[in-house]
Write a protein that binds this ligand. Structure first.
Ligand SMILES: Nc1ncnc2c1ncn2[C@@H]1O[C@H](COP(=O)(O)OS(=O)(=O)O)[C@@H](OP(=O)(O)O)[C@H]1O
Length: 698
C-alpha cells in the first residue's frame, strides 16, 4: 500500500483544476461496449499482507492502492476502460438525498458539540440549498447524517473515503471476499420507508444494466467534497476481480467542475461524461482519479458493484457459499480491512480452526505460510505451538485451565469480535504422536478443528529430516529442538537403528534385515491386523522422545500407520491430505470456478510431478485452493509461492544405490497401502493416489 503524499495530491489537484479551467479535455464519446470482461480484472491484487487483517491492528485502508508508476502488466488489457451502459432518470434518488448533501462529513456531530457549548465561536461554512437536520429519530430525512445512519441504517467505515472526506449512504455492502453480502435497512423494501423508496429509486439503474438486484454486492451513494482530488489509484481486493463496477452521477452541481478520469495507465486517462443519470461501467482495476473543483458543493455518485449470476454457483462449488444478511437498523458491525462481521456474532468462531498435524519435512511450513497470506487467516503466536505434545501442561487441574493454556498460543481473545477470521497452527510432530495428541485435542478443542496432513515421498522426507537434524545451522532454539543424538551418526546408522526399534517392537515381522527385502505374504497377513495395531502403539509409546527431533526416520514415512488412528478418531470430512509433490507442479494456477468462464484458455497444463521440477506457483495455488475449500474460506491468490524451510544439501543417497534400493523395497508396500487407503477409505482420486511414489516407475 502506497499512500500518496499530500504534496502529490496537491499537484494532481492543481493539474486537474488546470485541465478543467482550460477546457482542454473533452469527455469520451458515450460508447456502450457492454460489460467489462472480468478476465481483464484478474491481475493479482497486491495488498493482501496478512498483518493488515490482524484484528490487533486497526482497520486500514479500504482496498485501494495508489500508484505513481506505470508498472502494470498490460497483457490482454482492453483498449477501453469505460463503457456507457445507458441513461436513467435519477430524480427520485435526488429527492431522497438532497437534504444535508452539502453538510461536511460528520457535521451533525460537530453541531451537537457546538450546541452543547455556548462559548463556541466556530464558523460554519453555509452552503446554499442545504437544509440540515441533526435529529436521529426515525423521521429524520437527512440520510447523510451519521447519527441518523447509525440509528436507522448501519454505519460502516471505509477508511480511505474518510481520509478524503467522502461521505456516504450505504445501501448494500460486502466483505472483501464477497462472502457475506449485507443489505442495509435503507435498501430493504419491506423494512423501512426510506428502504422502499430507495429500492424503487435505484431500480432503473438495475434495469438499464439488465441485472437482478441479487447480483448487487455493493451499492453506496458517495458524496465527494468540494475542492478535493482523489489521486490516481486502482482498487484492490478479491471483490474487484469478480465484480463489475458501475458509476451513476446523481448530483453534479456543475459538470464542468468535475473531472473523472480512467485509463489503462496514468498517461492514458480519459475523461468520462459525468452528467447526472449517465450509467457507466469502469474497469476499477485500471487507473482512475476524480476531482470536484466546485467551490462549495458536493458531487454525489451512486457506486454499484455487481457479479455475474454464475458467481454464486461457483462459490457453492468452492465450499464457500455466499451468505446474504439483512442488517437491522442501528446494528453494529465489526470490521477489519478485509472483513465485516455482525457484532452479535462475536465469539461465534471457536479457535483454532485448523491444525496442520504433519508429516514432518513434508512442506508443512510452506502450507502454513501460504494459508497465512489469506487476509482472514491469523497466525498463531508461534508456528509450531506444540501445545498438545511437549508444551502440554499436565499439572493443570481442570479442562478449562488446560484449554485456556492451549488457547494462549493463539490470538484467540483478540479475534473474538471477528468471526470471519480464523487461526490455526502447524505442529508436524502430532501425526506420529497420536496417542498423546488425539485425546488432548478432543479434550481442549471439542469443536474439532479441521486437520491437514501433508505427505511426501518417504525417502525424500527421511533425507530432509536427516539433513536438518545433522545440520549445525539455525537458532539455538532450533538446534536444541533437533537434538544431538544423530550428530555423529551416518545415515545408515540412524536408519538401522529405527529398523531395530521397529523389529524389537514386533512391527516388522515381514522385513528381512539381512537381505533387506519384504516377505509379501507375511506383509499382507500382518497389515491392518490387531498385532500390527498393538506393535505400532508399542513403538509410538516407547520410541518418541519429546525434546529431540532425532528419531523415527522410517516410521515417519509410514503414512498409513500414522494416519490410521487419526482417521479412526475423527470423521473423514475433518481431514485434508495433500502431497508435497503436487505443490511442485509448474502448470499454471487454475482459475477458480468463479473465474473459469472468463479465464479458460483451454490449456490442461501438463503437470510435472517429480521433485525438483518447476514449481511455478500453479501447484501451490492448487494446494492452497484445496485447503481454503477445506476450511470453508473464500479463495484468494497466493502472492508468495516460494518454498519455505528449504535447505541446500547434497543427496545423502548419492552413490548409495544399495541403500536406496533397500529403502525403496521397504517403503513400496507402505506407499501402496497408503494410496489404497486414500482412495478406498477417504474417497480421494484414484489417478492422484493409486500408485503414489511407486519407485519402479522411475
Ligand atoms: N513449495 C515447495 N516445493 C518444494 N518443496 C517444498 C515446498 N515447500 C516446502 N518444501 C520442502 O519441504 C521441506 C520442509 O518441510 P516442513 O516445513 O514440513 O519441515 S518441518 O517439519 O517443519 O521442519 C523442505 O525440504 P528440504 O529442502 O528437502 O529439506 C522444503 O524444501
Amino acid at each position: 500500500m502506497v499512500a500518496t503524499p499530500p504534496e502529490e495530491i496537491a499537484r494532481q489537484h492543481a493539474e486537474a483544476c488546470a485541465i478543467l479551467k482550460s477546457r482542454s479535455m473533452p469527455c469520451l464519446p458515450r460508447i456502450d461496449h457492454g460489460e467489462v470482461p472480468l478476465r481483464w480484472k484478474q491481475r493479482p491484487t497486491s495488498s493482501s499482507s496478512p498483518s493488515s487483517s490482524n484484528p490487533n491492528s486497526p482497520p486500514g485502508e479500504e482496498g485501494i492502492v495508489v500508484d505513481d508508476d506505470d508498472d502494470v502488466e498490460h497483457n490482454d488489457r482492453p483498449g477501453w476502460c469505460i463503457s456507457s451502459r445507458g441513461q436513467v432518470d435519477v430524480s427520485r434518488i435526488v429527492e431522497l438525498i438532497s437534504e444535508g448533501v452539502n453538510d461536511p462529513a460528520g457535521d451533525d456531530e460537530k453541531k451537537d458539540e457546538r450546541s452543547s457549548s455556548s462559548s463556541s465561536t466556530a464558523v460554519v461554512k453555509e452552503e446554499p440549498h442545504s437544509k440540515s437536520s441533526s435529529s436521529a429519530d426515525a423521521s429524520c430525512t437527512n440520510l447523510w447524517s451519521e447519527r441518523n445512519a447509525s440509528t436507522n441504517n448501519v454505519r460502516l467505515t471505509r477508511p480511505s473515503h474518510d481520509a478524503w472526506g467522502i461521505k456516504k449512504i450505504i445501501l448494500v455492502f460486502c466483505d472483501d471476499f464477497l462472502n457475506t453480502i449485507y443489505t442495509l435497512p435503507w435498501y430493504q423494501p419491506n423494512n423501512d420507508v426510506v428502504g422502499k423508496r430507495m429500492h424503487d429509486a435505484v431500480r432503473p439503474v438495475l434495469d438499464v444494466l439488465g441485472i437482478d438486484k441479487s447480483q448487487v454486492v455493493r451499492c453506496i451513494l458517495a458524496g465527494m467534497p468540494p475542492g478535493v482530488t482523489i489521486p490516481v489509484h486502482h482498487d484492490t481486493g478479491e471483490w474487484v476481480r469478480h465484480a463489475h463496477r458501475v458509476h451513476v452521477p446523481i448530483i453534479v452541481p456543475d459538470v464542468d467542475a468535475v473531472l473523472f478520469r480512467c485509463g489503462d495507465t496514468v498517461s492514458t486517462l480519459n475523461r468520462v461524461d459525468c452528467s447526472p443519470g449517465h450509467v457507466f461501467e469502469m474497469n476499477n482495476q485500471a487507473k482512475h482519479t476524480a476531482t470536484n473543483a466546485h467551490p462549495y458543493a458536493y458531487r454525489v455518485h451512486l457506486i454499484l458493484d455487481y457479479v455475474d449470476p454464475s458467481f454464486f454457483d461457483a462459490r457453492v462449488s468452492e465450499n464457500c457459499p455466499t451468505r446474504r444478511v439483512d442488517l437491522s437498523p442501528g446494528e453494529v458491525v465489526t470490521q477489519t480491512r478485509r472483513s465485516i462481521d455482525r457484532a452479535l456474532d462475536a465469539g461465534a468462531r471457536r479457535h483454532p480452526s485448523y491444525i496442520v498435524i504433519g508429516a514432518q519435512k513434508a512442506g508443512t511450513t510452506s502450507l502454513y505460510e501460504y494459508l497465512n497470506q489469506h487476509p482472514w487467516v491469523i497466525k498463531a503466536k508461534r508456528r509450531e505451538t506444540h501445545c498438545l505434545d511437549w508444551r502440554w501442561d499436565g499439572t493443570l487441574k481442570s479442562t478449562s485451565d488446560r484449554r485456556r493454556r492451549c488457547l494462549d498460543f493463539y490470538h484467540a481473545d483478540a479475534m473474538t469480535p471477528y468471526p470471519s477470521l480464523i487461526t490455526g497452527d502447524s505442529t508436524p510432530s502430532y501425526l506420529l504422536d497420536y496417542y498423546r495428541v488425539i485425546p488432548r485435542l478432543r479434550e481442549v478443542f471439542p469443536h474439532e478443528p479441521r486437520l491437514i496432513i501433508m505427505v511426501r515421498d518417504p525417502i525424500r522426507r527421511a533425507m530432509s529430516q536427516y539433513a536438518m537434524v545433522t545440520s549445525t545451522d539455525g537458532t539455538p532454539e532450533q538446534l536444541a529442538a533437533r537434538g544431538v543424538e544423530w550428530r555423529d551418526k551416518s545415515l545408515e546408522e540412524v536408519l538401522t537403528e529405527d529398523v531395530r526399534n521397529m523389529k524389537d517392537d514386533g512391527l516388522l515381522p515381514y522385513w528381512d534385515v539381512v537381505t533387506g527385502t519384504v516377505d509379501s505374504s507375511a506383509y499382507e497377513a500382518f497389515a491392518n491386523s490387531r498385532e500390527e495395531d498393538e506393535a505400532w502403539e508399542r513403538y509410538v509409546r516407547t520410541r518418541i522422545p519429546t525434546r529431540t527431533g532425532s528419531y523415527s526416520p522410517l516410521a515417519r514415512g509410514m503414512y498409513a500407520l500414522q494416519c490410521r488412528p487419526w482417521f479412526r478418531s475423527f470423521s473423514k470430512d475433518k481431514f485434508l491430505v495433500l502431497k508435497l509433490e503436487d505443490m511442485m507442479t509448474s502448470s499454471p494456477p487454475p482459475p477458480s470456478p468463479a473465474q473459469s468462464n472468463e479465464n479458460d484458455d483451454g490449456s490442461g497444463g501438463g503437470a510435472e510431478k517429480r521433485e525438483g521440477g518447476g514449481g511455478g506457483g500453479g501447484g501451490v495455488q492448487r494446494a492452497v485452493d484445496r485447503a481454503m475449500s477445506h476450511l470453508g474460506l473464500p479463495r484468494f491468490q497466493v502472492s508468495d509461492t516460494s518454498k519455505k524451510n528449504s535447505r541446500e544439501y547434497g543427496d545423502p543417497l548419492e552413490g548409495k544405490d544399495e541403500l536406496r534400493g533397500m529403502l525403496e523395497r521397504f517403503f513400496a508396500p507402505h506407499n501402496e497401502r497408503f494410496g489404497r487407503m486414500m482412495v478406498e477409505e477417504m474417497g480421494y482420486d484414484e489417478e492422484e493416489w493409486g500408485g503414489v511414489w511407486s519407485y519402479d516407475q522411475r
